[in-house]
Design a protein around this ligand. Structure first.
Ligand code: PRP
Ligand code: URA
Length: 205
């Protein structure tokens, strides 16, 4: 499994404001959108391309095009905050949904919805801003691989070392990119320093 963090001045600037307690939901959504854009561009750097013969106004040339659009799979709810940015960059991408909610007492992820298109041989961008214990991402990856995905790239905004290690064990072939690798989880399995509950801050709940 590969794990990569963004080393980017603008991403750091956006994430710092995203983390602040006093950032209200409308601004939080805007910042999440901008950060997701940077992450998606980086996550798709090595997608397979095919040569394409074109003609510019001046001469013919050999360009490239994506061989196939990846499939977006946001993990509900918080992953929805990354979908508009991903759609702007990959307008041809189809979208599947996985609904997972952590039990507040045990932090165990419970599946409540799964609607995936045929993923046979496809590349999937699994979208979830928070990678804490890794339970939600591991469960989502299991479903996505079971539906035939050939390559899965998990795109997160904040990751905890515990979650990255768990995913490494559960899905050795999974690729992960995150804007940050934070310090640790607290006793309630929240990420420190983190940003709190992403879904609540995104949706104002
Ligand atoms: C959050 C977050 C991840 C999960 C991460 O979702 O969006 O899906 O927790 O935690 P884990 O790595 O320990 O599984 P939550 O269950 O709070 O649901 P929500 O997105 O509906 O708020
Ligand atoms: N989910 C969140 O939204 N935040 C955390 O810190 C952990 C899980």
């Amino acid at each position: 499994m590969s794990f990569q963090t963004l080393d980017h001045a603008v991403a750091g600037h956006l994430l710092t404001r995203l983390r602040e307690t006093d950032t209200p939901s409308p601004e939080f959504r805007t910042l999440a959108h901008r950060l997701a854009s940077i992450l998606i561009v980086e996550a798709t750097r090595s997608l397979q391309t095919t040569p394409k013969h074109i003609t510019t106004p001046l001469e013919p040339m050999l360009g490239t095009q994506l061989t196939a659009a990846p499939v977006l799979v946001p993990i509900l709810r918080a992953g929805l905050g990354m979908v508009p940015a991903a759609q702007e960059i990959l307008p041809e991408a189809s979208i599947g949904y996985i609904g997972l909610a952590r039990d507040e007492a045990t932090a165990e992820a419970k599946l409540y919805y799964c609607n995936l298109p045929d993923l046979n041989g496809k590349t999937v961008l699994l979208l979830d801003p928070m990678l804490a214990t890794g339970g939600s991402a591991a469960s989502a990856a299991t479903h996505v691989y079971a539906a035939g995905a050939a390559r899965v790239i998990m795109v997160a905004i904040v990751a905890a070392p515990e979650g990255v290690a768990f995913l490494q064990q559960a899905h050795p072939q999974l690729e992960i990119i995150s804007a940050s690798l934070d310090r640790e989880l607290n006793e309630k399995k929240y990420i420190l320093p983190g940003l709190g509950d992403f879904g609540d801050r995104l949706f104002g709940t």
